[in-house]
Design a protein around this ligand. Structure first.
Ligand code: GLU
Length: 472
């Protein structure tokens, strides 16, 4: 039975790397009809950030990464919050004490610092086991509890990094329990993965360096090893350092608020360092469930390319049915659209759909359909071609457009014919004439195709706006 888990610590926002780990763990479980478990690892109370547990849940839900068991979804192996499982860790710790593999650490922070200094002076890496007390006191919970390591080399297989042999020297007497009464991640996650029957441990590559200690602990506890897969880092756009907030890596919910579709985020995140071996770049969640494999995750870090994200979002927006787009657009309309009829808004969307890169583009692209736009002459003066026209020429062209359109029938086709004859009579290029009419009727930097825009705007408004542009 395949059981995977996502085990975040509620210490902040869920970044893209975290979501990718969650998504991959989810996909591995779903494609095998297994279960995906959410577990909160909250044993480092100092680092906890209020609200982040709710935020993590909301982020997963926003992308449809549904878990089968979790803090708010009871299952056979709960609770799924580490701070509610302290009795379990105590029992496992006792087993290690009983078998002579754990002992109380009697030293003060100053004493440990002195050991560190000693090692440094001798130019050796600090290893606690070299200072292991001969007669440790009985563990009463007020001292840290340490693992008693037996330095040994291990071989293990990582689904992404391949076969790895660890160095015996680095296994150390690491802390299992802190003096604050909470177990460490290093101990608790192994207990939980065993208790929760987790078959695949999928997590960030920062845990690779601790694998020697973990393998020693699995062995001491007599546990079978799960499958391991460590996720390479996600890199900034240049590919030269780990992705940070400054590189545009926002919280997943921020992307949703910024008008990115959940299906874009899923496809984009899945293809950060993974492909299916073909040229395909865009995947639906169902396709990912079928095609994903840990074996095809690249070892090298994946580059986070915002332009690719934007492009992909435009693709997913174009794929939406009119009704679906209307539903998704709900919170993105300009203020003035609130009073408009649904059928009118749907017609606006039909025109704008091809040009939307994010749903947040909606107001900029459509507000002039709902309210009179403020004139912004800069759109003319900063336009490369239009800025070459004199005031008189602009006036002449607008007057000509007004006259021609006044006599036109008002369908998209008839308007196009009128505009085409106007091109001939004025001898202008579309880049000049159509841009000018577009600007004078929308005062927006972008708008859908001109004839469609004017058709929807209506004859009266179109002519009134051109007239107003002429008179100001
Ligand atoms: N709690 C760890 C973290 O948030 C999770 C590591 C794991 O998945 O085992 O980094």
């Amino acid at each position: 039975m395949i059981r995977t888990r996502f085990a975040p610590s509620p210490t902040g926002f869920l970044h893209v790397g975290g979501i990718r780990t969650a998504l991959f763990a989810y996909l591995v479980a779903k494609q095998a009809n297994g279960q995906f478990v959410l577990r909160f690892e909250d044993t480092d109370k100092k680092r906890e950030v209020p609200g982040s547990a709710e935020h993590l849940i909301a982020s997963l839900k926003s992308l449809g990464i549904d878990y089968d068991e979790g803090p708010d979804k009871p299952g056979d192996y709960g609770p799924y919050i580490q701070s509610e499982r302290l009795d379990t860790y105590k029992q496992w710790a006792q087993r290690l004490i009983d078998s002579g593999r754990a002992y109380a650490d009697p030293y003060t922070a100053e004493e440990i610092q002195a050991f560190r200094d000693q090692s440094q002076a001798a130019k050796r890496a600090f290893l606690f086991r070299e200072y292991r007390p001969e007669n440790p006191p009985e563990w009463d919970g007020s001292q840290p509890l340490r693992f008693k390591a037996e330095p040994k080399s291990y071989c293990y297989h990582d689904e992404i990094f391949g076969d790895v042999t660890t160095n015996a020297e680095v296994v150390d007497d690491f802390i299992l329990y802190k003096s604050d009464g909470y177990p460490t991640y290093n101990f608790a996650h192994i207990v939980d993965d065993a208790e929760m029957h987790i078959s695949h441990v999928i997590r960030g590559q920062e845990f690779i360096s601790s694998m020697p200690n973990y393998l020693a602990l699995y062995e001491a506890l007599g546990l079978e090893l799960p499958v391991f897969a460590h996720m390479p880092h996600i890199l900034n756009e240049q590919g030269n350092k780990k992705l940070g907030k400054r590189d545009g890596a926002k919280d997943v919910l921020d992307y949703i608020r910024d008008g990115y579709l959940p299906e874009t985020m899923v496809s984009f995140i899945a293809t950060l360092g993974w492909n299916d071996g073909t040229e395909q770049e865009i995947f639906t969640k169902d396709e990912l469930v079928q095609k994903f494999s840990l074996g095809r995750v690249q070892k090298s870090g994946a580059r986070f390319d915002e332009m690719r994200l934007l492009w992909m979002n435009g693709h997913f927006i174009r794929e939406l049915s009119p009704d679906e787009l209307y539903n998704r657009a709900e919170f993105f309309w300009p203020e003035a659209a609130k009073k408009a009829e649904e059928s009118y808004k749907k017609r606006v969307l039909a025109l704008a759909q091809d040009r939307l890169k994010t749903l947040k583009d909606l107001p900029g692209l459509t507000s002039y359909f709902f309210e009179e736009p403020a004139e912004n002459r800069e759109l003319i003066t900063s336009n490369k071609q239009l800025s070459k026209l004199s005031v008189g020429e602009v006036g002449g062209l607008l007057q000509g457009a007004h006259d021609a359109l006044s006599g036109s029938e008002w369908t998209a086709k008839a308007i196009q014919d009128t505009l085409n004859s106007l091109l001939e009579t004025t001898g202008q290029k579309p880049g000049i004439l159509f841009s000018l009419i577009r600007i004078a009727t929308t005062w927006a930097p972008f708008s859908p195709q001109l004839n469609d825009t004017l058709a929807l705007l209506g004859k009266e408004k179109t002519l009134a706006r051109i007239a107003s542009a002429l008179h100001n």
